[in-house]
Write a protein of this length. Structure first.
Length: 472
């Protein structure tokens, strides 16, 4: 049986950064071009390329490019390039490929082999102004190919919390990290009780209330307008109906070990029930099924207190983001989850073994959020409490541990709550300030450190707002 673990948040005191308000408009535009061309070396090949503008704001946009091999021969050491329009001025960052920009032409290379009937995907962040125009000429492995592009576009209007003017750039402010606290307990897998028989009726979900807001793009975006009763379970494998709780409408469970059947049964409890997919995005875990995909160069120091866990060099986005995207797709999206909780992403303040800056850490979080949205998934900021003023605009909600104990909750109030985005908070060692939490409309509760299931003898749950109440 696989080892279960709960992600944690390391606490520290930082200088608060300037609020970065981005994504005034989110645009999904897809350009698809197909062609047959000669590869270098004289081997004939057939390619299909999808050029997708995932999101756009007033000073730039984020694209994803997919190259498919529809021929009969594997393609290795591929190169693709195209000319940008005059309004597209600079290349900010990439993932999945090494790209450069020279006099308006972007060139991207990759060393991964594209197997027959397979594909590779990479992304770019570009800064510029004006109308985005589909590329019509690509060069693949030295061969220039003209294409006839087809276009379909959908404009996504900003939510109320996004309808502000975006800054001219997306850079973040770096700060000097301070020493972090290390948890003293290492959670062990708890022994689960027997699953009730099929004759045992599951508890009911929350009574019908107006559903939490969703963005026009379709993903869930919870607001602080009313309490959201939720259950977070990681150390015990979730079982239905054993771990279903009365009046709870939000479940946060491990994505890899969850089943599509359990997610579907949770959704069937009521129209407002949502399910969050937990996975680690900032650490390497020896016990995960995809552990073999991580190159040694990205694996750093041990994540103290958590067996089999090691910090990742999140600067190496070419290596990490394709893995994280596959986790979101296979562990979360394909199983029917509504949202993702990417944990352990506050790497820069910990002893990771890598010289990671705050700006680099923030950029990685932004990329994770953008990737989730490109898959139609809601995404929460896990931890990163004092970075919340710089990151709230990228995320739909936040899940926090111990902000009352470390006196950091006001950072979440002025970032997420004041911009109409829900905050979920758990305390382990102290009781939350329920008077203040309820006044702010923060979903606060005290829980057991291991986040076990409700039938486990170690289970503890004391919410500020009882699950039987529907208002603040």
């Amino acid at each position: 049986m696989s080892i279960f673990r709960r992600g944690k948040y390391y606490w520290r005191w930082l200088l608060a950064g300037a609020v970065v308000v981005l994504f005034t408009t989110m645009l999904s535009t897809v350009f698809i071009s197909e062609w047959s061309a000669a590869q270098a070396g004289g081997v004939n090949g057939s390619y299909k390329v999808s050029y997708n503008v995932v999101e756009q704001w007033d000073s730039g946009y984020y694209t994803e490019v997919k190259i498919s091999n529809t021929g009969s021969t594997p393609i290795s050491n591929w190169t693709i390039s195209w000319q940008l329009t005059q309004n597209e001025q600079s290349l900010a960052s990439t993932w999945g490929a090494k790209c450069s920009l020279n006099i308006g032409r972007i060139s991207c290379t990759g060393s991964s082999t594209i197997r027959v009937n397979s594909s590779v995907q990479f992304g770019t962040d570009l800064y510029g102004n004006g109308k985005i125009t589909s590329p019509t000429i690509f060069t693949v492995n030295g061969v220039t190919v003209s294409t006839q592009a087809t276009t379909s576009a959908t404009t996504v209007a900003p939510t109320a919390s996004q309808a502000t003017t975006a800054p001219a750039t997306r850079t973040t402010v770096a700060a000097t990290p301070t020493k972090t606290a290390v948890p003293t307990a290492t959670p062990a897998r708890a022994t689960a009780t027997a699953v009730p028989t099929s004759n045992t009726p599951p508890p009911t979900a929350a009574a019908p209330v107006p559903p939490s807001a969703s963005t026009p793009g379709g993903w869930w975006q919870p607001t602080p307008d009313r309490p959201i009763h939720w259950h977070w379970q990681l150390s015990d494998e979730f079982a239905y109906p054993r771990d279903v709780l009365t009046n709870v409408e939000l479940y946060d469970i491990d994505g890899e070990y969850a089943t599509a059947d359990n997610v579907a049964k949770l959704h069937a409890l009521g129209p407002n029930v949502k399910v969050i997919c937990y996975f680690d995005a900032g650490v390497y875990e020896t016990y995960r099924s995809d552990a073999g995909r991580f190159p040694k160069s990205v694996i750093g120091n041990a994540d103290t207190g958590w067996n089999g866990s090691y910090w990742l060099d999140i600067r190496q986005t070419d290596a990490l983001l394709p893995i994280m995207r596959d986790r979101m797709q296979n562990w979360c999206k394909n199983k029917g989850f509504d949202a993702v909780e990417p944990d352990e992403t506050e790497v820069w303040t910990n002893n990771s073994g890598f010289p990671i800056t705050k700006a680099q850490n923030n950029l990685y979080n932004q990329k994770i959020a953008e990737m989730a949205h490109s898959l139609g998934l809601s995404v929460g900021l896990k931890g990163n409490t004092t970075e919340a003023p710089e990151l709230w605009s990228y995320f739909d909600w936040t899940l926090n541990e111990q902000c009352w104990q470390y006196k950091e909750c006001d950072s979440l109030k002025t970032s997420f709550i004041d911009h109409n985005k829900a905050v979920f908070n758990i305390e382990y060692n102290v009781n939350p300030d329920c008077t203040q939490a309820n006044s702010w409309h923060m979903n606060s509760a005290r829980r057991d450190l291991n986040l076990v299931g409700p039938t486990n003898s170690a289970y503890q749950y004391s919410p500020c707002i009882p699950d039987s109440r529907s208002g603040w």
